[in-house]
Design a protein around this ligand. Structure first.
Ligand SMILES: *[C@@H]1O[C@H](CO)[C@@H](O)[C@H](O)[C@H]1NC(C)=O
Ligand SMILES: *[C@@H]1O[C@H](CO)[C@@H](O)[C@H](O)[C@H]1NC(C)=O
Ligand SMILES: *[C@@H]1O[C@H](CO)[C@@H](O)[C@H](O)[C@H]1NC(C)=O
Ligand SMILES: *[C@@H]1O[C@H](CO)[C@@H](O)[C@H](O)[C@H]1NC(C)=O
Ligand SMILES: *[C@@H]1O[C@H](CO)[C@@H](O)[C@H](O)[C@H]1NC(C)=O
Length: 199
């Protein structure tokens, strides 16, 4: 096999693997939302509906935390109020076309669990300081995203200060979540076309 076709096979394998990796993590995120909703049902609270802009923000924040180690002072293990602000928060907001005024009443709950073991992840939300937010009828929507050992839940309210509606009402959130794998697939396809034209 020529080195060019080995390269193509490698690139295709990498893009397929990254696509399925992303899909698996999405499944885990949806499962966590279902588990949180079962928990809310047990407390007689309304179901949290998926909010695409909360998804977008959760994704940006999870990307930011990825690579940070889990310690007993990060995420849900942190002592209440001891965690500083999220780094680059205004930039992350603007990537989701959000303004800080629509996230005032929203809640951002990052948790770090090695390997993101589902049962431990769930208790990291229900049996920690975050229980206070999960057990709160003000929240009506949610977005969940995970990267590395981090999972981020963003809760939205029905009020203008927390409903996470985008600046021009342009719902860009969901698009951002699928953009990366699609873009990498297209890139590899372009490389494939280029290389096959060369040989
Ligand atoms: C939920 O509501 C049901 C029926 O109204 C009631 O029997 C039950 O005790 C409530 N549970 C909680 C946790 O409030
Ligand atoms: C975190 O772990 C370190 C080392 O085990 C310990 O010294 C420290 O007291 C812990 N901090 C908290 C907040 O539990
Ligand atoms: C959250 O996960 C960490 C890491 O696995 C674990 O040490 C901690 O006990 C968990 N906290 C809760 C409340 O489940
Ligand atoms: C949820 O909140 C209600 C009202 O504040 C409280 O009575 C109840 O004990 C809480 N339940 C849990 C599991 O935190
Ligand atoms: C959020 O609040 C704004 C201002 O009240 C409103 O125009 C918009 O329709 C709301 N969006 C959602 C998704 O509830």
């Amino acid at each position: 096999m020529s080195s060019a076709s080995s390269l193509i096979l490698f690139l295709v394998a990498v893009s397929v693997a990254s696509f399925f990796g992303a899909a698996r993590s999405d499944d885990a995120d949806e499962q966590l939302l279902r588990d949180i909703n079962s928990y809310r049902a047990s407390l007689n609270l309304s179901v949290l509906t998926e909010n695409e802009n909360a998804d977008c923000l959760a994704d940006e924040i999870a990307n930011k935390f990825e690579g940070q180690p889990c310690t007993n002072s990060t995420g849900s293990n942190a002592i209440l109020g001891s965690e500083g602000p999220i780094p680059d928060y205004p930039t992350l907001l603007s990537r989701c076309k959000l303004d800080i005024s629509v996230t005032k009443d929203a809640a951002i709950l990052p948790a770090c669990v090695p390997g993101l073991v589902p049962s431990i992840v769930l208790t990291n939300f229900t049996k920690s300081q975050y229980n206070q937010q999960l057990n709160d009828s003000r929240y009506v929507g949610a977005g969940v995203a995970s990267e590395g050992n981090w999972v981020v839940v963003v809760l939205s309210t029905a009020t203008p200060q927390g409903n996470l509606s985008t600046v021009q009402g342009s719902g860009s959130g969901a698009a951002a979540a699928v953009r990366a794998p699609v873009a990498s697939g297209l890139l590899f396809f372009a490389v494939y076309l280029f290389v096959t034209a060369m040989i």
